[in-house]
Write a protein that binds this ligand. Structure first.
Ligand code: FES
Ligand code: FES
Length: 160
């Protein structure tokens, strides 16, 4: 039986009727058409589906939508400050060539947002550890690491 729940996503409230077994990823992509969040493995191994819940990165493929009433969900669509500007992490990924097919990119960027909130000036080893749950089959990771270093520098200097 479906239950109507209210989800807070990117500052907006959505009322959705969900079966208890539906994942956040399914509700985002299929019901709400927020398709920036990708579905890769569906088993918690690739990170393509990463979103933030109360600021922490979670795999939306493993999280039941019904558990998220009252929590703050942020997807890649909600990261930029407004519709005219990109978030600094998004800019750095573009500027450093860290995107090829782009399938991993939303998840990489959301994990980076979590990482830089926890640790605004991470070392390269900390960046690699922070992104260890996100797989990319295209870039070889080095440009992603460069993009994250660049974003960390920009974000730290703008908050100094
Ligand atoms: S789709 Fe969720 S971790 Fe791969
Ligand atoms: S850019 Fe293609 S999987 Fe990462």
């Amino acid at each position: 039986m479906k239950t109507v729940i209210t989800l807070n996503i990117n500052g907006d409230r959505y009322e959705v009727a969900v079966n208890p077994w539906r994942t956040l990823n399914e509700v985002l992509r299929e019901d709400l058409k927020l398709t920036g969040t990708k579905l890769g493995c569906g088993t918690g191994d690739c990170g393509a589906c990463t979103v933030l819940v109360d600021g922490k990165s979670v795999s939306s493929c493993l999280t039941l939508a019904i558990e998220l009433e009252g929590r703050e969900i942020t997807t890649i669509e909600g990261l930029a400050p407004n519709s005219e500007e990109l978030h600094p992490i998004q800019e750095s990924f573009i500027n450093k060539g860290a995107i090829q097919c782009g399938y991993c990119t939303p998840g990489m960027i959301m994990s980076t947002a979590h990482l830089l909130k926890q640790n605004p000036r991470p070392t390269e080893a900390e960046i690699r550890a922070g992104l260890s749950g996100n797989l990319c089959r295209c870039t070889g990771y080095n440009k992603i690491v460069d993009a994250i270093k660049d974003a960390a520098e920009k974000m730290s200097s703008s908050s100094d």
